[in-house]
Design a protein around this ligand. Structure first.
Ligand code: C5P
Length: 243
């Protein structure tokens, strides 16, 4: 049960140096199954940081949010597969063809290479966007409508799930059914500060709303004892899964 919960806890490696990233992975890997490598750390350290996480027994969520012409995204996705990442993501706003081609090329590569296919996630609307942000780019629809629309599009393309706010999880679960991953940042255990996250839920609430995995950074990294904080979150995930 702990192993299942561990695979659902993703630590955001929001640091800019290889040594700092490695120190976090060494410290947390017994409680944390996946480490999220984003644009800053990957731009600084490159694929070596992915290999470092794997060498310490962790898996990687490569959070590069690809958004480009279908061929370019599909080729980048195949490179993510070659790196052996467990999860990577694209922007669903790139469209159905972009996502379909990505799924097709990833499937073809992974079956010919005999490697496990990563989980493909789509970002719907960034949680930093509001109705005003959408209007500025010519989208006269509500954020909620767009989130559901793009989640369904990702599902239709063969994607495994989405990254979403826990506040959107119920809507997405209802629209996309049970067999669809919902990975949620914006999670704050009761013992942690809100930081700059405005709309947060606890791990228990996020899982009850339909989240399948949680991305958590500062509630662990800013804790006086990060390993203990990650252990508390892991225990909370474990008991939420059991109910
Ligand atoms: O420290 P904290 O737990 O807020 O970190 C959450 C992580 O999830 C950060 O890496 C942040 O960039 C990312 N994220 C987010 N909200 C989103 C998408 C990603 O907080 N909507």
């Amino acid at each position: 049960m702990k192993q299942e919960a561990r695979q659902r806890l993703i630590f955001a490696l929001d640091v800019d140096e290889f040594a700092a990233a490695e120190a976090w992975v060494k410290k947390l890997h017994t409680n944390v199954g996946l480490f999220k490598v984003g644009k800053q750390l990957f731009t600084r350290c490159g694929p070596d940081v992915v290999r470092m996480v794997q060498a310490h027994g962790g898996d990687v969520f490569l959070d590069l949010k690809y958004h480009d012409i279908p061929n370019t995204v599909a080729k980048a996705a195949v490179e993510a597969c070659k790196l052996g990442v467990k999860i990577f993501n694209v922007h669903a706003l790139g469209g159905l063809e972009m996502m379909r081609k990505t799924v097709a090329e990833v499937d073809a590569y992974c079956s010919s290479a005999g490697v496990a296919r990563p989980m493909l996630l789509a970002v719907t609307i960034l949680t930093s966007s509001t109705a005003e942000t959408l209007q500025e780019v010519g989208i006269d629809r509500s954020v909620e409508e767009m989130v559901v629309r793009l989640a369904k599009l990702a599902k239709a393309a063969g994607f495994d799930g989405v990254v979403a706010s826990p506040k959107e999880a119920v809507l997405i679960r209802t629209a996309c059914g049970d067999n669809f991953a919902i990975v949620t940042p914006g999670v704050r255990p009761t013992f942690a500060a809100l930081d700059d996250q405005k709309r947060v839920t606890t791990p228990t609430e996020a899982i009850a709303a339909g989240a399948t995995a949680l991305v958590i950074g500062r509630p662990i990294s800013a804790a006086s004892n990060p390993l203990e904080a990650s252990g508390k979150i892991l225990a909370e995930i474990e008991s939420a899964l059991a109910t």
